[in-house]
Design a binder for this molecule. Structure first.
Ligand code: IMP
Ligand code: MG
Length: 192
């Protein structure tokens, strides 16, 4: 697996540090000093990319929370180009009147967050905010704001710490840039 990596973009130690800072920002927003018990957050996490980020983040948050998982499909198999986001099943958690935080691995074209946000907004939550580990600011559209962002990165296709290419590399502890020849040539997908 390491042989497929061009270089490490964000090492695991730096990720852990930033996740701690994000948790502190979230705690400040939702449960300022002493108010931990008055806050009940509903986290809607987007699978599968957010799974490691989610596990690390929630263990550093002090407030009470419920967690719902949604699966969104946007990349056909071995592709690095989104073809429009689609929720693979209905969101069943009750969000009416609740503070909802959508958690995703990366904000790229914004299609995924836009779709999930629209679906949740219809159910009249008290608030909806979004938290992403990574954002590609060159591509992120202005109508899909990320309220909490771990790192802004350039327009690389990255893997590791939950992010995949064709289902692989999610278990890398660092966030890494894949060797471009792995996704710019070969059969299948547009590999743009
Ligand atoms: P968007 O819908 O274009 O914003 O893309 C968001 C989804 O695409 C994320 O939840 C990721 O699963 C996936 N994605 C976008 N960029 C990357 C990347 O660089 N590496 C791996 N997955 C990515
Ligand atoms: Mg994803």
């Amino acid at each position: 697996m390491q042989r497929d990596i061009d270089r490490i973009l964000i090492p695991s130690r730096q990720i852990a540090e930033r996740v701690g800072e994000l948790a502190a920002e979230l705690a400040d927003k939702y449960a300022p000093a002493g108010a931990e018990r008055s806050c009940e957050l509903t986290i809607v996490a987007i699978l599968s990319g957010s799974l490691i980020f989610l596990a690390d983040l929630i263990r550093r948050l002090p407030m009470r929370m419920r967690i719902a998982l949604v699966t969104v499909s946007s990349y056909p198999a071995a592709s690095t180009k989104s073809r429009g986001a689609r929720l693979l099943e209905q969101i069943t958690v009750d969000v009416a009147g609740r503070d909802v935080l959508i958690v995703d691995d990366i904000l790229d074209t914004g299609g995924t967050l836009r779709a999930v946000r629209a679906e949740l907004a219809r159910r009249q939550p008290r608030s909806i905010r979004t938290c992403v580990l990574l954002r590609k600011p060159g591509k992120a559209p202005p109508d899909v704001p990320a309220d909490f962002v771990g790192f802004d990165i350039d327009n690389y296709f990255v893997v590791g710490y939950g992010l995949d290419f064709d289902g692989l590399y999610r278990n890398l502890p660092d966030i890494a840039v894949l060797r471009p020849e792995l996704y710019t040539s070969g059969p299948g997908g547009d590999r743009a």
